[in-house]
Ligand binder design. Structure first.
Ligand SMILES: [Zn+2]
Length: 435
């Protein structure tokens, strides 16, 4: 049993902003949260917010930052560059890189990550002796970095609608959904992790296989994620093949519902929006911006009852504060009006709602009984000085670089940007070195 007391100078609690809050932590959870004097408690100076959830991650894409931003192109030319990294990874370099990326996330105040994991097999598609060795590498990386992980084991079977996987895509494919299921059934969650499922996209998984993955997730009562309508080309190909939009195909295959998350949801019809009511949507604004995807209808989805979550996806940026404000700022550009999303709503998307969508419904709030996740922001940095201890400061002024203290499940994690940078540099260089 480990018990500890902390005094939060300023905190964003479910009821609103509060000053001078004592929290007691025992066995990884908040035992008490109440106003009071510091007494002997450890002081956390600044503004403390709940733990952030990064709901859409491909850890290895971090190796592309700074390397894919030159020249022209589209999502599809970027994908060619991404495949060059996927070709090089093995279980050891995958764990090494993911550990550094997850450490970057922890230092940015992210306490839980949803890893959309599709790099399963050896080059050429032969399974490793341990068929889940790549997924296990991610679990090990998360444990070492001190972040909670929902491993969204992803079914990927086709290069496009009706096309066999080719080249590096062979590493992604189990051959058929039955083989995907048999492999995932052997993958046991470790402490601090959950195993969930993902359908890569309607491009990569045919409808009968989508249905099987959805049924598996239902039986396993586990989160189910799918990329959907990130690109116009996906919609066009899907309409041509099935006479339905990607969201309609997912709906008919039983994917949508309260355990499900539609990732991107950028190019939607009115009917698509209605179908997504009751499912989560995960927006990844900095990646969607980097790839030139477009701006999804975040507020309309919220209004029909699709709770918003956020992800850093390709990790062009790992900063959930930037993702939060991007949702509102993108709406402003699209509509030429201000004030679609409040700071409290965006913070809820990045904390409680995001955590719930990853299967951690007991996280993302500073209240008794919840998992003890805390993120403390410096209120005297060049970005935050003079702004006040409010949700508006956290969402519209702060950056990941303002995170000074992080707690995950009651355990304090060191925030050491220089060490994080050195680990990232080493892990990325190792991947690109000639062999
Ligand atoms: Zn993605």
């Amino acid at each position: 049993v480990s018990a500890a007391r902390y005094w939060l100078e300023h905190a964003l609690l479910p009821a609103g902003a509060a000053d001078g809050v004592v929290v007691e932590v025992a066995d990884g959870r908040f035992a008490a949260v109440a106003p009071g004097p510091p007494d002997g408690a450890e002081r956390l100076s600044g503004l403390t917010v709940p733990g952030l959830a990064n709901c859409h991650s491909h850890a290895f894409h971090r190796a592309l930052r700074g390397r894919t931003q030159a020249g022209r192109g589209s999502f599809w030319t970027w994908r060619t560059q991404m495949y060059a990294v996927a070709e090089r990874l093995d279980p050891d370099t995958y764990r090494d890189l993911a550990r550094a990326v997850y450490a970057e996330m922890v230092a940015a105040g992210i306490t839980a990550v949803g890893e959309f994991h599709y790099l399963h097999h050896q080059p050429g598609g032969t399974p490793y002796d341990e068929p889940n060795v790549m997924g296990l590498a991610l679990m090990e990386a998360a444990r070492e970095a001190g972040i909670r992980l929902t491993l969204l084991d992803t079914c990927y079977l086709a290069a496009g609608i009706g096309r066999e996987p080719e080249g590096v895509q062979q590493r992604f494919s189990d051959g058929d959904a039955g083989a995907w299921q048999r492999r995932v059934d052997e993958l046991d969650a470790t402490p601090g992790t959950r195993v969930g499922a993902a359908v890569h996209s309607v491009r990569a998984v045919p409808p009968p296989a989508i249905r099987l993955v959805a049924e598996w997730a239902d039986r396993s009562e586990t989160p189910l994620h799918a990329h959907v309508s990130e690109q116009d080309a996906e919609n066009e190909q899907c309409l041509a093949a099935y006479g339905r939009t990607p969201v309609e195909v997912l709906a008919e295959a039983g994917v949508l519902g309260q355990r499900s998350t539609a990732v991107h949801a950028t190019h939607l019809s009115g009917r698509d929006v209605e179908l997504l009511a009751g499912s989560y949507t995960c927006f990844c604004p900095t990646t969607e911006r980097d790839l030139g995807d477009g701006i999804g209808p975040s507020r309309v989805l919220h209004t029909v009852g699709s709770p918003l979550t956020l992800g850093s996806d390709s990790h062009a940026v790992v900063d959930l504060f930037e993702e939060m404000r991007a949702v509102e700022l993108d709406e402003r550009l699209a509509t030429r009006q201000r004030g679609h999303w409040s700071a409290r709503e965006l913070l809820e998307a990045a904390t409680g709602t995001g955590q719930r969508s990853l299967g951690f419904g007991d996280a993302g709030r500073i209240e008794p009984g919840a998992r003890a996740d805390l993120v403390t922001l410096d209120l005297a940095s060049p970005r935050t000085a003079g702004c006040g201890a409010t949700a508006e400061t956290a969402v519209f002024a702060a950056a990941a670089a303002d995170v000074r203290a992080v707690m995950v499940d009651g355990v304090r994690r060191e925030v050491e940007p220089e060490k994080v940078g050195a680990d990232l540099a080493r892990a990325v260089a190792r991947l690109w070195e000639d062999r």
